[in-house]
Design a protein around this ligand. Sequence first.
Ligand code: DQA
Length: 193
Amino acid sequence: MLEYAQFGSPQQVSFFFFEGFVSRKQKKSFPGNASRDRLRNIMKKIGILNGVNLNRLGLREPEIYGKTTLDDLEHNLQETAKTLGVEIECFQSNHEGALVDKICEWADRGFSGIVFNPGAFTHTSIALRDCIAGCAVPTIEVHISNVYSREEFRHTSLIAPVCSGQIAGLGLAGYDLALFWHANVNGALLVTQ
Ligand code: DQA
């Protein structure tokens, strides 16, 4: 169980309920838990990428983004990763080029997935979109806030069309959910072949 202090009241995220996300067909095709976890440990490295202004989490508009800092978020995600049996690396930058370089580096090092909150670059960056499309590492776009209930300029993502999916508005739990998908669903059938 992980505990997040966000949006004023603590929320608990249990990974037991995550089992529900895996379809019966995928569950059937999994080998025994032990060998599944062993294979997963060998295979899965997942990057947690945060873009512009996300270094200010906890200080920046806490009524929208909560009071948890980026350090705390990354620490909690390390705990989630242990529970899921995957390895993660975290990186944040306010610079578009540095984010592009990191995605390429993770692709070259064989990462199996990326969880990406690009911040405001979501709405502006063709460079990041091209990078994700070109590197072809399955990426989930995450937004802490529900961008669709906010200003109109936040309703357009240049990144989402080249991602496997998008999670918006679920607070910091969105990162855990994306990590769960990478750990258990993305490539799950390949692991068993
Ligand atoms: C955000 C939403 C973006 O529109 C905004 O520019 C951010 C944070 C989110 O996590 O809700 O910086 O990506």
